[in-house]
Design a protein around this ligand. Structure first.
Ligand code: GLN
Length: 196
């Protein structure tokens, strides 16, 4: 399976490195022709409004949205989670998302940049031992649809969710060197999509 990292803005290289630690050579995706070459996509953290605008500029926005809704395994972290959500609270005027994930997220829910924090949390998707999670102006999930599975929470707020082929975390596993979250995406989300 070929996995791409959306390379418009944000911590693209860190995600590519985490995937390579899982034995996957990721390709960088900026243009529709590059999206066509991949079977799965990672949408990195960064700034959701900027990534959406650049996706329009690079004329790849509608293609990404259609592929996600067509079942392409997709993992979004932080800004990537916002871009996957069907509904966003505290969005800027006119903010667009690719959508596909039946959740409502709240942008910057944990506070401003200075309120960024790290936490050990139980990620029920992969392992019983806690995962170190870094939250940087992170969103949380405020409401989930019927088919959305909650995989981790902080203070009662979902911060890792999955709906079939779509997986999202509020936090940044690509910054910790612990690649269990990427491994879950590769070995679980992507493999299940292949099996179907
Ligand atoms: N607050 C950012 C946004 O709304 C996300 C921050 C991040 O990805 N670290 O896009």
């Amino acid at each position: 399976m070929k996995i791409g990292v959306l390379a418009l803005q944000g911590d693209v290289r860190e995600h590519a490195r985490s995937l390579s630690d899982c034995g996957v050579t990721a390709s960088l995706v900026r243009r529709p022709s590059e999206l066509e070459q991949v079977d799965a996509l990672v949408i990195p953290g960064g700034e959701s409004t900027t990534i959406a605008k650049l996706a329009r500029t690079f004329a790849i926005f509608d293609e990404i949205s259609a592929r996600i809704k067509g079942g392409m395994p997709t993992y979004g972290s932080c800004a990537g989670m916002i871009l996957l959500a069907d509904n966003v609270l505290d969005a800027i005027e006119g903010q667009e998302t690719f959508g596909g994930l039946d959740v409502t997220v709240r942008r910057n829910a944990f506070g401003r940049q200075v309120d960024s924090f790290e936490s050990d949390l139980i990620f029920s998707g992969a392992t019983q031992s806690p995962v170190r999670a870094i939250f940087i102006r992170a969103p949380w999930v405020e409401k989930v649809g019927l088919n959305v599975e909650i995989l981790a929470e902080v203070s009662g707020h979902p911060v890792a969710v999955r709906q079939g082929s779509i997986f999202a975390t509020s936090f940044h596993p690509e910054l910790t060197g612990d690649n269990r979250i990427h491994r879950y995406f590769v070995d679980n989300v992507c493999q299940q999509a292949i099996a179907q």
